[in-house]
Design a protein around this ligand. Sequence first.
Ligand SMILES: *[C@@H]1O[C@H](CO)[C@@H](O)[C@H](O)[C@H]1NC(C)=O
Ligand SMILES: *[C@@H]1O[C@H](CO)[C@@H](O)[C@H](O)[C@H]1NC(C)=O
Ligand SMILES: *[C@@H]1O[C@H](CO)[C@@H](O)[C@H](O)[C@H]1NC(C)=O
Length: 442
Amino acid sequence: MKPLPMSEKFRRYRRMEEAATGAVARLKLTWSRRRLVAVFSATVIALGLILIIVIAGGIRRQDDDRRTIVSDASPSTVRLASRAHNETLGFGGIAYLSMPYRTDRQDAMELLGSVYGLNLTYIPGVDGAAIVDKAKPLHHYWLRAPELGCWRAHVDAWRYLLESDFETLLVLEDDVDFDVHIHDIFDVLSRQMQHNRIRITPPTPYEKKAAPYGLDWDVLYVGQCSDANNDNRIDLVHLYNDPHAPSREDTWFHFIGQMESLGIRGSDFGKMRAITPSWNPVCTMGYAITRKGAERLILDISYRGITAPVDIDIIRKLQQGIIRGYTITPPLFSAWRVDGAKDSDNQGLENNQTEVGAGNRNGYSTSLKTSARKQLVTMLDLHNWDDVARVFPERPNPTMTPDQEAEDKEEQRKADIEKTVINRAWASRRLEMAQTMEQWGG
Ligand SMILES: *[C@@H]1O[C@H](CO)[C@@H](O)[C@H](O)[C@H]1NC(C)=O
Ligand SMILES: *[C@@H]1O[C@H](CO)[C@@H](O)[C@H](O)[C@H]1NC(C)=O
Ligand SMILES: *[C@@H]1O[C@H](CO)[C@@H](O)[C@H](O)[C@H]1NC(C)=O
């Protein structure tokens, strides 16, 4: 093969050299660009982190102000809080609303009351269609018949308080569930309410002596489906520790949202509850009222007329500032759901009542550490013969002598033989009868 001319060889080396230099230069450029991007991102991240730490520190400081948890255990506080262990949880009375035809739910409520030491007074629910026109409140045309019935039943409960000599009344609906430590939970609540830092007037001497939850409210929500904070007064919150508060996993998401907006997070869940001014409490499953509260509610949601279904009307009055309330989050009462919404009586007789639900079985509730309804079964289930065997181990009949016992056994053996003979005779007799029937063509 003829060698290449020198110039041609040189040109080729030159091209290769140029290509290599170009590649190295490109590589350097790429590297420096990458470094620039990396340094830039690191700076952004670092600045971001610093910002987050500063903001979190600020929130934490703000929280700390609201987090001075009252743990007053002075004898007078403890004594008043111990009323929570009486049959009406330290309220004057406890009433529950139930449609007269829901005897299954009334049974369940009376059972719960008996097992957990609560005196529950039944107030019959009302069929709105049965209310005569003259008795309907002003603007009642806003409400459908079932909503009118619901309004009537709650007014009846408020009236029950006025007719009694109670100072407060706890009103429940007939599908509530609660924690098995209900009395302890209200004991803890009472201690906090006695030192409630968001009340606007100091407790009167009478309240200090006789009102476990104070009397500076019209409504006290302990069984709402949800509430929201008054955005303008998010500073008004009284947080407290409750060993029976539900864990985050057990808590209904609405309450998690509200708790988080109040600065509760992470490991504080499952330990804390919040007292806030009621602002948008949905549902009337469990709330207490004072005598003054019952007067205001009847004045504004009956005497003067209504503007919306009863729970919405209460919300309007709360937001207008016509009535005062506090809400406990997560609440202390929760709904026991069977068959979802199908089992609700809020639609009154409009619901298809021929549809059969699963009764009280297979229900569930949320936001409770230990459900009273679930625990009921465990508490009441008896295993009598196991218990008898434990206390009295099986042993020979002590009144028989060994001779009598042997005789008894012999009698039993003879009786068994006789029974077998009779059974056999019957079997052959039946066969005979069947054959006869066949002969006769039957
Ligand atoms: C429970 O305590 C409250 C508050 O002292 C009281 O008003 C109520 O009558 C008591 N209930 C019973 C059943 O003793
Ligand atoms: C339950 O409360 C009602 C209403 O206050 C009262 O009449 C009744 O005697 C109480 N029952 C018991 C067992 O204490
Ligand atoms: C109610 O439910 C029953 C049983 O599911 C069904 O037979 C009946 O047609 C329903 N009535 C109405 C009015 O929907």
